[in-house]
Design a protein around this ligand. Structure first.
Ligand SMILES: [Mg+2]
Length: 256
C-alpha cells in the first residue's frame, strides 16, 4: 500500500521566510538563508521555527508546494529546495516539477485575462495622476504576455499615501461595477488584480489534476490574500504577526 499523500500549499514571503527588516533583534547566526537578491546576496531568512516547520514537513513526507506572488525570476532566487509543483504570479503561472510551465493552465489563464483587460486598463489609468501626485509608482505585471496586475508602491512605503490611493482604487471599482477585480494591500504596496483568478483557483486546479488522492492538505499563509486557498485546505497554518491573524485579532468578533 502506498503512503497517503499529504500536501502543504504554502505562501512564501512572510510565511516561510522574511527579510531581516522584519526580524529586529534576532541573532543572525540563528537564521537559515532562504532567498538571494539580484546580486546573489542572502536576502530573506527562515527563523529557527520556520526552518523546523520545513524540516518537520520534509520528515513527514509532505509535498510542499509554494503558492506565491513572486514571478518566475523572483522564484528562481528562492534557495530553499522545492521539488514539486510551484504556483507563482499570484496563481497565474504553474510550474511542473521538471521546470516546465503548465501549458493547459496558461491557456485557461490567457482566456480569462483577455476578458479582464479593459477593466485592468481602466483601473490603472484611474490611479495614474493620483499616484504621481503622491510620489507613488505604478507598475503593470504580466503573465503569459498579458497584463494581470498593477502594483502601486511608495519609495518610502508612506502609509498615508498608500491608504489614500487604496481607498480611491476601491471606490473606483465599486463605482464602475468592476467586480471582476479586487485590491490587495500589504505594508509597502497596493495591487489591483483579478478577483476570481488567483492563488485559490490555481490550488484548486492543481488538487483536481495532480493531487486528487491527497488525504490531508495544509494551507500556509500570512495575508488576507492567502485566505481563500487556505480555507480550501483541511487545516490552515498562519504566523501570529501576519496580516491575517492581526486582522482577526483586531476584528473583535462576537463569540456565539
Ligand atoms: Mg506572504
Amino acid at each position: 500500500m502506498s503512503t497517503p499523500a499529504i500536501v502543504a500549499f504554502a505562501d512564501l514571503d512572510d510565511t516561510l521566510f522574511q527579510t531581516l527588516r522584519k526580524l529586529p533583534g534576532i541573532d543572525p547566526h540563528m537564521l537559515t538563508p532562504a532567498t538571494v537578491n539580484t546580486r546573489g546576496e542572502a536576502h530573506s531568512f527562515c527563523t529557527p521555527a520556520q526552518a523546523e516547520l520545513l524540516r518537520l514537513l520534509d520528515c513527514g513526507g509532505v509535498t510542499v508546494i509554494p503558492v506565491t506572488g513572486r514571478d518566475l525570476a523572483a522564484m528562481a532566487r528562492v534557495t530553499l529546495p522545492f521539488l514539486s509543483w510551484r504556483i507563482v504570479d499570484h496563481g497565474l503561472t504553474m510550474v511542473a516539477p521538471g521546470g516546465e510551465i503548465d501549458a493547459a493552465w496558461a491557456e485557461q489563464v490567457r482566456e480569462r485575462l483577455h476578458d479582464l483587460q479593459d477593466a485592468l486598463t481602466a483601473a490603472t489609468a484611474h490611479l495614474e495622476a493620483h499616484a504621481a501626485r503622491l510620489g507613488c509608482r505604478l507598475t503593470r505585471h504580466h503573465a503569459h504576455d498579458l497584463p494581470f496586475m498593477t502594483v502601486l508602491k511608495h519609495p518610502e512605503a508612506q502609509a498615508e499615501a498608500l491608504e489614500e490611493l487604496q481607498l480611491r482604487w476601491e471606490a473606483f471599482l465599486t463605482d464602475q461595477g468592476l467586480e471582476s477585480l479586487k485590491i490587495i494591500a500589504n505594508a509597502n504596496n497596493v495591487s489591483v488584480l483579478p478577483r476570481s483568478l488567483g492563488k485559490a483557483e490555481a490550488v484548486q486546479h492543481l488538487r483536481q489534476h495532480h493531487f486528487a488522492d491527497a488525504v490531508l492538505t495544509l494551507g500556509l499563509g500570512d495575508s488576507l490574500s492567502d485566505l481563500a486557498f487556505m480555507s480550501a485546505c483541511d487545516f490552515a497554518i498562519t504566523p501570529p504577526r501576519g496580516q491575517l491573524l492581526r486582522a482577526v485579532n483586531a476584528a473583535n468578533l462576537p463569540q456565539r
